[in-house]
Design a protein around this ligand. Structure first.
Ligand code: TYD
Length: 210
């Protein structure tokens, strides 16, 4: 990659953690600094693998959960390598803000599928597209679920027992990967402007300041 490489920042958290609100605020903050910013998410809504995953999540399509786990990894590799994908954007010097990445694959899918196997499916993404920062918006499962239920849409993984396990999994993964990944955990139960102030201060000093 060229010296111009941008920065790759991922937002992680339970469904209903407020990641989307934080991404939007971060986009505005970075654009106000004159930076080029690309906002994106996984699974991808405009690509065949992501569209298939959407059908799996809404349960219009039934698959073994190993198949779903591997499709998420395939969608990620497509997201990185497609024309105007994450790698192209970084090479042009953009800040890429991505809603979910391989921590979601680990935390959600290790409930049903062997974690080592999921990690092996993501090895290439770690190699060619390791984020400069994972921001984990930490919200307990009951609060996250009540926010999602208020939206009136519940998907495959959106039930309390599962989200509690996913929440525990994020804790395990953050410990496990602390040495090899840059992770910033923020308490997502506070007001969104307080949550954002913490994210903004961290990014201004640790990512832009670099
Ligand atoms: P989605 O409806 O796109 O929105 P949100 O991110 O706001 O919750 O949810 C995607 C769902 O897919 C979510 O329940 C997490 C799950 N998921 C995985 O299980 N594995 C993955 O690799 C990714 C990216 C998401």
């Amino acid at each position: 990659m060229s010296n111009k490489r941008g920065k790759f920042i991922v937002l992680e958290g339970l469904d209903g953690s407020g990641k989307t609100t934080q991404i939007n605020k971060l986009e505005r903050h970075l654009k106000n600094k004159g930076l080029e910013v690309i906002v994106t998410k996984e699974p991808q809504a405009d690509r065949p693998i992501g569209q298939l995953l959407r059908r799996v999540l809404t349960q219009d399509e039934k698959t073994d959960l190993r198949v779903a786990a591997s499709l998420f990894a395939a969608d990620r590799l497509d997201h990185l390598t497609r024309r105007d994908g994450i790698i192209d954007a970084l090479e042009k010097g953009a800040y890429v803000l991505c809603d979910r990445y391989y921590f979601s694959n680990y935390a959600y899918n290790m409930v049903d599928v062997d974690l080592d196997w999921i990690m092996s499916l993501n090895r290439e993404a770690v190699k060619i597209g390791k984020p400069d920062l994972h921001i984990y918006v930490d919200v307990p499962a009951d609060i996250a679920l009540s926010r999602v239920t208020n939206r009136g849409e519940t998907e495959l993984f959106e039930n309390l027992e599962r989200l509690q396990r996913v929440h525990d999994n994020y804790d395990v993964l953050i410990d496990l990967l602390a040495a090899s990944e840059q992770i910033f955990r923020v308490d997502g139960t506070r007001d969104s402007h307080i949550v954002f102030a913490k994210i903004r201060d961290f990014i201004d000093s640790e990512i832009i300041g670099n």
